[in-house]
Design a protein around this ligand. Structure first.
Ligand SMILES: NC(=O)c1ccc[n+]([C@@H]2O[C@H](COP(=O)([O-])OP(=O)(O)OC[C@H]3O[C@@H](n4cnc5c(N)ncnc54)[C@H](OP(=O)(O)O)[C@@H]3O)[C@@H](O)[C@H]2O)c1
Length: 250
């Protein structure tokens, strides 16, 4: 079994944290790099580090800062020379100064800017700096968590301008990257995944109308999505796939 190296971005909590735990439970994963802005402040990550001191590295990385991304890529290149999987789970829907818009009049350029920097530019910069580590003669995956609301053809409800548009931009980027990688990195599989509504801080204010069985745990989502990732083949590259394995129209 080939030892595999993974990086999870947005690992401090939510789905990314559960992805790190799931990867560490696999025998074929030799090392996981867990990134977020302040990973050392995440108690669950500290607990995982205590349990797996030689297989986990916490990396401070703000996805809106290209220098952080370049620095992490250089560090991993020095240590292993390659990666077998990069899973981007960072995402921004709301924070103290940003709420999803219900009406046109609520559009605010600072909110648009913050959303695009995290949800759209971030994954592009990760690809830009980690492509060299993912391009080799073994299977590798570049996976980014998108959202069904980023689908243009699926949009029947409206609202959430910044989040929807930034996820749509992320989707276009993912598709474009997959087309280029088909020529330049034949072993690299590129996927956009929709986790379904998952019980995290991101969805917390919007859970009221979600039926019980449709609000997933992070552990269920991590296992379900990583099964999709580990079973994916080159033919799947460039797909936008939901947690249930169904394609979502772009
Ligand atoms: N939860 C859902 O129902 C749902 C549904 C559809 C799609 N998604 C997508 O799934 C992904 C994961 O969502 P989640 O629910 O797990 O979110 P979450 O619990 O809010 O976690 C978000 C993660 O992103 C990281 N992050 C945010 N801004 C960052 C930045 N500037 N630099 C680096 N890391 C940053 C956070 O780390 P720090 O803040 O510690 O840096 C945190 O680890 C997102 O892309 C989201 O859009 C979620």
């Amino acid at each position: 079994m080939t030892a595999q190296y993974f990086l999870v971005q947005g690992a401090s909590r939510g789905i990314g944290l559960a992805m790190v735990a799931y990867l560490l439970a696999r025998d074929d994963v030799a090392h996981v790099y867990a990134c977020s802005r302040t990973p050392n402040d995440s108690q669950p990550l500290q607990d995982l580090l205590a349990a797996h001191p030689s297989r986990l590295t916490l990396v401070p990385l703000d996805i809106t800062r290209e220098a952080d991304i370049a620095h992490a890529a250089a560090m991993i290149k020095d240590r292993h020379g390659c990666l077998h999987g990069l899973i981007n789970c960072a995402g921004l829907l709301h924070d103290a100064s940003l709420q999803p818009e219900k009406r046109l009049e609520q559009i605010d350029v600072a909110a648009l800017d913050a959303s695009f920097r995290v949800n759209a530019f971030g994954p592009m910069l990760l690809a830009r700096h980690f492509f060299a580590l993912l391009k080799h003669d073994q299977p590798a995956r570049f996976v980014t968590l998108s959202a069904r609301v980023g689908s243009i053809s699926d949009n029947a409800m409206g609202g959430w301008y910044s989040y929807r548009a930034s996820k749509a931009a992320q989707n276009q980027f993912t598709r474009t990257f997959a087309i280029e990688a088909r020529r330049r990195a034949k072993q690299l599989i590129i996927l956009a995944l929709h986790p379904g509504t998952t019980d995290t801080a991101l969805s917390q204010p919007f859970q009221k109308n979600v039926p019980d069985k449709k609000l997933f745990t992070t552990a269920f989502v991590a296992e379900t999505l990583l099964n999709i990732v580990f079973n994916a083949t080159a033919e799947d590259s460039g797909r936008f796939i939901a947690w249930d394995g169904q394609d979502i129209p772009w």
